[in-house]
Design a protein around this ligand. Structure first.
Ligand code: DAH
Length: 347
């Protein structure tokens, strides 16, 4: 009996080491300790052993069974660990460089934004940013946009509930509402309140409008705003700068044209159209690219500048529009879908 037990314990480890899954394990376990297993058979033999030897023999079998159980537990644990490892996949080292070629590509909107900022920096403009959560004062009131102006309607602008609090954006006027800025023009006011002229800033950023998304509209899009304040600034300076930046971006044969328009914060105001060879890609002669004008005296008064001394121009344009033109993209939704087949084209 002792020899039989030793033989079983001696062969078990090698056999258990070959088991690959739970089914094999259960079958092997049954051969040892199942109802028809070797140990069970030994227990049955106990009845044939002389009575006085039985207790010692029983103890021996139980001890051996206990040692076998330890081996079985270890084998099952090894199989369970292998199952988890198979699910998790091979171990990775997150500090290693990506196996893909290069670190990825820039988004086309980033490319156009950076190129415009680069061109404007060369011309003496400084890049500044403003908050996307704004108050009515910075987005509308200080920009001479009265309370009943359609742009301020809750159908067009995202307002926050009165109870909303934004610690980093302080309200300028008692009772005014927080909103998601509808244009980057709010940065004009923030910049002028912070410093004195001359001012020459460019401010790119996200803006929000309650628009239904289609091929040319999105409730969230991007603008680029410029403000120049100095003495004796004229419409000619404005036109010259726009001609220069668009020629730099799109090529020498690029033309701009002004169409009279109304914005509360500029007088006179214009809409700017562009004509460039890139337009062939989107099948048009002229495309509207933004708004501009000479800073309205009421805006200077709102920020405490003397309109008799200071003059300036401002313009704002949509970055998506510009990127669509540069790359010949015909649907604004491509920008936001993060489809690598789209993004990889701008490597
Ligand atoms: N804020 C205008 C818009 O979102 C664009 C614009 C027009 C900006 C005239 C300006 C400006 O700075 O002077 O449509």
């Amino acid at each position: 009996m002792q020899d039989t037990l030793n033989a079983i314990l001696a062969k078990a480890p090698a056999e258990l080491a070959t088991l690959k899954n739970r089914a094999e394990f259960e079958a092997t376990k049954a051969r040892y300790v199942g109802p028809h297993g070797e140990f069970t058979a030994l227990m049955k033999q106990l009845g044939t052993v002389p009575k006085d030897e039985r207790p010692a023999m029983g103890k021996l079998i139980n001890e051996s069974k206990g040692r076998l159980q330890v081996q079985l537990d270890a084998a099952l644990q090894r199989i369970a660990n292998a199952e988890i490892a198979a699910q998790v996949g091979p171990a990775i080292d997150p500090t290693l460089p990506s196996p893909d070629a290069g670190p990825g590509t820039f988004h086309p909107l980033t490319l156009v934004r950076e190129e415009m900022c680069r061109i404007l920096r060369k011309t003496g403009f400084t890049v500044v940013e403003g908050p996307e959560v704004e108050t009515e004062y910075y987005c509308f009131d200080a920009l001479n946009t009265p309370a009943d102006h359609p742009a301020r309607d809750a159908k067009d602008t995202f307002y926050f509930p009165d109870a909303a609090r934004f610690g980093n954006v302080t309200k300028k006027v008692d009772g005014e509402k927080y909103l998601l800025r509808t244009h980057t023009s709010s940065v004009q006011i923030r910049t002028m309140l912070k410093g004195q002229p001359p001012i020459r800033i460019v401010s790119p950023g996200r803006v929000y409008r309650r628009d239904t998304t289609d091929a040319t509209h999105s409730a969230n899009f991007h603008q680029l705003e410029c403000l120049y304040v100095d003495k004796n600034v004229t419409v000619r300076d404005l036109k010259a700068l726009l001609d220069y930046i668009f020629a730099s971006l799109l090529g020498k044969d690029t033309k701009t044209r002004f169409r009279p328009h109304y914005f509360g914060y500029t007088e006179p105001s214009f809409e700017v159209d562009l004509s460039a060879k890139h337009l062939l890609k989107v099948n048009k002669d002229w495309i509207e690219i933004g708004g501009c004008g000479m800073v309205d005296p009421s805006v200077f008064e709102a920020v405490g500048y003397d309109p008799e001394v200071w003059s300036g121009y401002a313009f704002g344009m949509g970055l998506e529009r510009l990127a669509m033109l540069v790359y010949g993209i015909d649907d604004i939704r491509y920008f936001y879908q993060n489809d690598v087949r789209f993004l990889k084209q701008f490597a």
